[in-house]
Design a protein. Structure first.
Length: 308
């Protein structure tokens, strides 16, 4: 065995050897610290890279989400434009059909109408003309004075056994209308003030005051609903007719309801159907579309009116 090795294990190290050992230890420590610092730096840089990557992913996700939302809005807008274009085309077809239909009418002398916007559209006028010309109703109730009054008024003027009531809430408008278009004795404008009532879950529904009192004792074979004003209603609108059904309906009847694209009118129409069902009154319904949609509801013997 090496004597130097044995002695180095037994005898204390010399100062020189201690210094050499210290230098080695310090060198190793510095190397380890340097490695640690470099490792820490690498970890920090890696964390920064991860954070940047995460931010980029989030930004890209948000960008993608925004693009998807924009695309969805674009598609909705395109869908609306296509539907509007389709409705315009449909209205134009109805206008042509209506004008051709009334061209040789024996009783519709004034063929000037201004449909659209707040007034009814061409499909409504066409169906109404067919009802008047072919069904020849004798007792007519019209809610709302306007373009339809010009047609029904001329029909009533040519049929002495016909009575035509027009319900209106705006006297100024009624006076203006009468100055522009003269109605016969068979037509009567009934001015009823507006009031607001509670109906089921709706606390505020605009109706004609004393409507049931005024018309509840009369029977009608043709009813049109395009009033009162309903643009500011929330759940229900134009519920006046519900107060006189079934007593005021003739056995053979026609009811036309405009603006059923609006939720409030659509809800009213559901109530109207329920009222008829509750009273075991059979009916057939149909929908016509142009710029606006309207429903027609008839007794079974007049079902052909729903598909003209």
């Amino acid at each position: 065995m090496n004597i130097k090795y044995i002695l180095s294990k037994i005898l204390p190290a010399s100062k020189l050897n201690v210094r050499i050992l210290e230098k080695k230890i310090n060198a190793i420590s510095e190397s380890q610290q340097k490695t640690l610092r470099e490792t820490q730096k690498t970890v920090i840089e890696t964390q920064k890279t991860i954070i940047k990557t995460q931010k980029a992913v989030i930004d890209n996700q948000q960008l993608l989400k925004n693009k998807i939302n924009n695309l969805s809005l674009y598609m909705d807008n395109l869908k609306d434009k296509i539907e509007q274009s389709s409705r315009l085309s449909s209205e134009a077809v109805w206008a042509n059909v209506f004008n051709n239909t009334i061209s040789s009418s024996s009783w519709l002398n004034d063929k000037t109408f201004y449909p659209g916007r707040w007034a009814v559209g061409y499909p409504f006028l066409y169906v109404m003309y067919r009802i008047l010309n072919e069904i020849k109703p004798q007792s007519i109730l019209e809610l709302g004075l306007g373009q339809t009054s010009r047609m029904i008024g001329q029909y009533a003027a040519n049929r002495k056994n016909t009575k035509h009531y027009v319900v209106e809430g705006d006297k100024d408008w009624a006076d203006f209308f009468i100055n522009d278009f003269k109605l016969s004795e068979q037509s009567e404008i009934v001015i009823l003030d507006y009031e607001f009532i509670k109906y089921k879950e709706d606390d505020r529904v605009r109706v004609y005051k004393d409507f049931a009192k005024t018309f509840g004792n009369k029977k009608f074979d043709f009813i049109t609903i395009d009033a009162p004003f309903a643009g500011d209603m929330e759940i229900y609108s134009r519920i006046d007719l519900l107060s006189i059904i079934p007593d005021s309906l003739c056995e053979s009847f026609v009811i036309m309801v405009d603006d059923i694209l609006r939720k409030t009118e659509a809800n009213m129409f559901i109530e109207l159907e329920n009222k008829l069902k509750e009273n075991n009154i059979e009916y057939v319904k149909g929908k016509y579309s142009g710029l606006k949609d309207f429903y027609i509801i008839v007794s079974p013997n007049l079902s052909f009116l729903t598909t003209m």
